[in-house]
Design a protein around this ligand. Structure first.
Ligand code: SAM
Length: 259
């Protein structure tokens, strides 16, 4: 598979986006362009992603992060050469493909360790990693992402402490609190944590009805010694404009260099 930038006229994700709600970013008025996170893909990579979209739509596996969060995370990873990433929640594999290709462009092997509680999602994502040629770059693990054994498994795979942890799993208050406790402790000094669904609106994704990621963050960040955090909030509804365009929100936490 070639990693060379395209010189022909490739099919784009935007042109192939259907009216399905998962493509809300592309459907918004004024966004008549292909975002850069897809432009950097080779034609062959983009064809894999288009096939992934078709397959997961057919299998009703829709729940991946959208363009604003993926662009933010990929920007940090590529811009700082982050080579040790842990993801909590890989679902059907979108973020593993996008991060895996970014790591491959950076020449980084064993750069992403991704955990999901559902073994069927792990098996399916593994298949897509094979089609994408990313087996050397991404490792998958089936477990509850708040299980302490995951930290040692991640360190063993990555060859050190994670420099970046993406939390995008249960979205439940108590579980997110446990993830914050466990993975903040595991982060390297100066390390970054990204939490999807950090907006007050996204609290409704907590099936336990206990306040979701937002409540977990509010309580965890209010403790003595907690690090600084910034939560990016989006517009009220998907598809509306906003400097940060995802209504689900994104929280970014940095562990101090000295702690
Ligand atoms: C929103 S999806 C992740 C999407 C993925 N980050 C992406 O952008 O492609 C959430 C995933 O978290 C997983 N999950 C839910 N509860 C979990 C838990 N307790 N431990 C680990 N994974 C969990 C689900 O199985 C699901 O695949």
């Amino acid at each position: 598979m070639s990693n060379e930038p395209s010189t022909t006229t490739p099919r784009t994700i935007s042109a192939n986006a259907s009216a399905h709600a998962r493509f809300w970013w592309h459907a918004a008025a004024g966004r008549g362009y292909e975002p850069d996170l897809y432009r950097v893909l080779s034609d062959a990579e983009r064809e894999v992603l288009l096939a992934w979209y078709d397959d997961t739509l057919e299998r009703k596996l829709v729940g991946e992060m959208a363009v604003p969060m993926a662009s933010a995370v990929l920007g940090f990873v590529n811009g700082s050469g982050v080579r040790r990433i842990v993801q909590l929640g890989h679902f059907a594999g979108y973020s593993c493909l996008m991060l895996g290709w970014a790591l491959r462009r950076m020449g980084a092997e064993r750069g992403l360790f991704s955990i999901d509680i559902n073994d069927k999602y792990t098996a399916s994502t593994q298949e897509w990693l094979g089609r994408a040629g990313l087996e050397a770059h991404v490792g998958l693990h089936t477990s509850d992402s708040a299980a302490p054994e995951c930290v040692a498994a991640a360190r063993a795979y990555l060859g050190g402490d994670p420099a970046c942890v993406l939390i995008d799993s249960s979205h439940q208050y108590a579980h997110t609190l446990a993830e914050l406790e466990l993975w903040y402790g595991a982060l390297a000094p100066g390390g970054l944590m990204f939490l999807h669904d950090a907006s007050p609106m996204a609290a409704k994704y907590d099936r336990s009805g206990e306040g979701g990621v937002r409540r977990a963050l509010d309580e965890w960040l209010a403790r003595a010694g907690a690090p600084a955090a910034i939560t990016l909030l989006g517009p009220e509804a998907h598809g509306q404009e906003g400097p940060y365009a995802d209504p689900s929100g994104l929280c970014l936490i940095q562990k101090p260099w000295e702690s």
